[in-house]
Design a protein around this ligand. Structure first.
Ligand SMILES: [Zn+2]
Length: 234
């Protein structure tokens, strides 16, 4: 079978969306952001689709050795599964993840990573930086504010870029009033609702979630709709 690269869509100059593979197994969106002459990935995707991700990165004219940071919104396997493969191929990539979930990766703990359910536990992974609410992450032309937004998982992070009114929202909120599940280990529906309420206050145009589509405009309205539905469910 000939392997096809994942589809890629440009979001802004130096900012690309590598679309999740639509398949039986869950995969996550990946966001690639230029960082000088290197680049950063937000989320790694499922390991089963790693080769398709690499082909998409190469199609952008980039080389894996220039991947300097892999920043995870959270550690569920559909977002983190390709991490060891990137570490092997990119050599000098740093893994950045929340304080709360970094230890799960370091210990190879499966509770939150959820690998056994998806047939592939991760080996222990070295974490270079553990992120906290209020941290600022500079990537090329973009300055992200780190928001700790638990509820889908204990250490779920969102990354807000105020200059572009852009939010990388992981599995906290999706488009069209949808939101992450709260019934997996360390999930909590009330916390999730509180996290969405916090996001709903932000002036967001571009909403870039971990699954399904992205919104280039009107992100805040979509988050407010998610909040409305979450309040009905939790
Ligand atoms: Zn998740």
């Amino acid at each position: 079978m000939i392997m096809a690269p994942k589809a890629v869509q440009k979001v802004l100059d130096g900012f690309y969306w590598i679309l999740a593979r639509e398949a039986m197994l869950p995969d996550s969106n990946i966001f690639l952001v230029a960082d000088g002459n290197r680049f950063v990935l937000f989320d790694a995707g499922l390991q089963n689709f790693y080769q398709e991700t690499v082909l998409a990165i190469r199609d952008l004219g980039l080389n894996l050795r220039d991947l300097n940071r892999l920043i995870l919104t959270h550690t569920h396997l559909d977002h983190s599964g390709s991490t060891p493969l990137f570490q092997k191929d990119a050599k000098n990539v740093e893994i950045w993840v929340s304080e709360e979930e970094g230890s799960f990766l370091e210990q190879g703990d499966d509770t939150v990573v959820y690998g056994s359910m998806l047939g592939n536990r991760l080996p222990p992974i070295e974490v270079a930086k553990k992120l906290h609410d209020g941290d600022v992450v500079e990537v090329g032309d973009f300055t992200f504010q780190v928001l700790h937004t638990p509820g889908h998982s204990i250490g779920s992070l969102c990354f807000y870029e105020p200059n572009h009114q852009l939010l990388i929202s992981g599995d906290v909120v999706f488009r069209h009033g949808s939101f992450g599940r709260a019934d997996l280990p360390t999930g909590n529906g009330k916390q999730l609702t509180q996290s969405i309420a916090r996001l709903a206050e932000l002036p967001v145009e571009m909403l870039l979630p971990g699954h399904m589509g992205i919104a280039l405009k009107g992100g805040q309205r979509e988050i407010q709709l998610s909040l409305q539905f979450a309040r009905q469910v939790f």
